[in-house]
Write a protein of this length. Structure first.
Length: 181
């Protein structure tokens, strides 16, 4: 088993016992890009801190951690699982043909909902793992040659946990130190 630590960024409301007792907390935003679930940043606490600034929390935030078993592939892995990536690409082509608003851009949440609907009961994943491409947080190295190809050594990987039994360790506050008991 490879335990992978994940981080959830929350607004600090000074309700630390409630957070640890009832967390994680679902994303209620209409912009939840991987669908309904509990959103975490995979492995990199720096990304969780950066997200707090992006979300407008300024310095009024807490970060909680939990973990999952990376080797137990009960998640739809859109970062590094070739079969999962191919499945979603293939369903993208199907969706594109039958898209209700062909003149609009297909968004990630619309495609994820389509994948869930198409797979029906066969969508038995407890989480979805995906990578965003926000350049502000990237740590890239250039490959040699004339092509502008790079390798990102600090990808922003997010996990949308659909079923909390996916988590294998307790949900606890780790930042700021004053909130940690």
């Amino acid at each position: 088993m490879t335990e992978c630590v994940i981080y959830q960024t929350l607004e600090d409301r000074s309700n630390y016992d409630e957070v640890e007792g009832n967390g994680p907390f679902p994303c209620c935003s209409s912009r939840a890009w991987l669908g309904k679930g509990y959103y975490f940043w995979d492995d990199e606490i720096k990304v969780a801190h950066n997200w707090a600034k992006h979300a407008g929390y300024n310095s009024n935030y807490i970060i909680c951690e939990s973990s999952y078993d990376y080797d137990n592939h009960n998640y739809l892995d859109l970062v590094g699982h070739p079969i999962h990536l191919r499945l979603v690409r293939d369903l993208y082509q199907v969706y594109k043909e039958y898209c209700p608003n062909k003149e609009k851009k297909i968004t990630v949440p619309a495609l994820i909902e389509f994948v869930k609907a198409e797979l029906g009961q066969n969508f038995n994943f407890q989480a979805i793992r995906a990578r965003s491409e926000l350049k502000d947080y990237a740590f890239t190295l250039n490959f040699p040659g004339k092509r502008p190809a790079t390798m990102n050594l600090h990808p922003q990987i997010q996990i949308c946990v659909i079923d909390k039994s996916f988590l294998i360790s307790p949900f606890r506050i780790i930042y700021p130190d004053s909130a940690v008991r």
